[in-house]
Write a protein that binds this ligand. Structure first.
Ligand SMILES: [Fe+2]
Length: 410
């Protein structure tokens, strides 16, 4: 019966308004009941993840969320046979740390609840290589989480690049790091690669608007400065490379007194080949924004003293690469290369002056979404920038770390 017919019927006294309201109420109650009952009626499903966290040489952590509260286990295939690891559960969040593994090895895993293997999740994850390993391939991108078509297309390219791990330069979720957007703007597009490649995030200004979801999802090393909040700044090693991740939303006093000294001391004892730093706000950019004065003042001197090779930033929605720089001047022998890899899926920006590029910059590309792939080997570093259509936008190399001065430990 269509609406005019209902109206006619009501006027003729066959359907009373009270009966109609009661019917609608019943329909509404039914829909609400179905919404809440579905997770318990339908088979248990994974809604977010699994994703690899805190990957170390002998352990890795898997996290995932399910449609309802239920105990889960991870089954890992090892040389000694299958191992079952019971996950800890906090509401719908599950976490399992698998230890006792061998460095640089791959492990098949699946998720179970009771005797049931959860469908369409699991795969092969790997541990970090030993410090003697001098080869790696990783992907860097940022400013991604809008859920646009380009983000999804680029995610497929990132998966195809088969990275050992991923580093993110911040702004995972627009507009404000909201939990409700994490599924469609993070877990769904990167679903395949997150199941096998560790993901190391940094905090963008948009993620910082509501940091609670970021902290809920990510399980990060608690090895930052003693006086800072945990999981904002941290570091990790991957073979002969050390990565220091900084939250550039921190206030200047914290960056000056706690973070900068910590960056120096974290690299001081490191004897590997490569030193990388990752944070959101770029000290060098010729994009839409001005270079970040706070980071230039607080972190750049410390990174120079620490002999950092490459800094990865985001925030400006484009790709930029500087020549090796010391105090803003070109220095091929000891300079830091600054990369802005901020074209990961959000709307691209126009540079302030699109007609010219300052001489400190080797390249800028702002008309295509793109991501960075870095390969390190005993021969040096090779990096490429690929666009969402597969086009090669940039390719550059850096020789294996030049001789360090007395002020550059290691
Ligand atoms: Fe940003």
């Amino acid at each position: 019966m269509n609406l005019p017919a209902i109206g006619t019927a009501m006027m003729k006294g066959r359907i009373w308004p009270s009966e109609l309201i009661a019917g609608l109420l019943l329909l509404g109650l039914g829909l609400v009941g179905w919404h809440f009952a579905t997770p318990w009626i339908m088979p248990l499903r994974v809604t977010e993840g699994p994703f690899v966290q805190r990957c170390e040489t002998q352990s890795l952590t898997l996290s995932w969320f399910t449609t309802r509260a239920a105990d889960c286990t991870v089954e890992v295939a090892t040389d000694a046979g299958p191992r079952m690891i019971k996950a800890t559960r906090d509401g719908l969040r599950h976490t399992a740390t698998i230890d006792g593994l061998a460095p640089g090895q791959t492990y098949q895993y699946s998720l179970k609840s009771g005797a049931i293997t959860l469908p369409e999740v699991g795969g092969v994850a790997h541990t970090a290589p030993p410090s003697s390993s001098r080869t790696a391939r990783f992907v860097v991108f940022g400013d991604s989480g809008h859920g646009y078509r380009e983000q999804y297309l680029l995610a497929k390219r990132i998966d195809d690049a088969q990275p050992d791990f991923i580093v993110h330069t911040g702004d995972l979720i627009y507009p404000g790091g909201e939990r409700v957007h994490y599924r469609d703007r993070f877990f769904v597009p990167y679903r395949a690669v997150l199941q096998r490649a560790p993901f190391w995030p940094s905090i963008g200004n948009h993620d910082h608007a509501d940091i609670s979801a970021y902290l809920e999802f990510f399980d990060l090393p608690r090895n930052g400065p003693a006086d800072s909040k945990p999981e904002r700044h941290y570091w990790f090693d991957w073979g002969a490379a050390r990565f220091v991740i900084v939250d550039s939303n921190a206030k200047e006093p914290e960056l000056t007194t706690a973070v900068a000294p910590w960056v120096e001391s974290t690299f001081a004892g490191f004897e590997g080949d490569w030193r990388f730093v990752v944070f959101h706000h770029p000290p060098h950019t010729a994009g839409k924004y001005a270079p970040d004065a706070k980071m230039t003042k607080t972190l750049v001197p410390a990174m120079q003293r620490a002999g950092v090779d490459v800094v990865f930033n985001g925030h400006d929605h484009m790709y930029e690469r500087t020549h090796p720089l010391i105090d803003g001047a070109r220095d091929a022998a000891a300079g830091i290369v600054y990369i802005v890899s901020g074209a990961g899926g959000a709307k691209l920006y126009q540079p302030r002056d699109p007609t010219s590029l300052p001489s400190n910059y080797a390249l800028r590309h702002h008309t295509a979404h793109s991501f960075t792939t870095v390969e390190i080997s005993p021969d040096g570093l090779r990096a490429t920038q690929h666009a969402v259509d597969g086009a090669l936008l940039d390719e550059w190399t850096l020789p294996q770390r030049r001789a360090r001065t007395a002020s550059q430990p290691g």
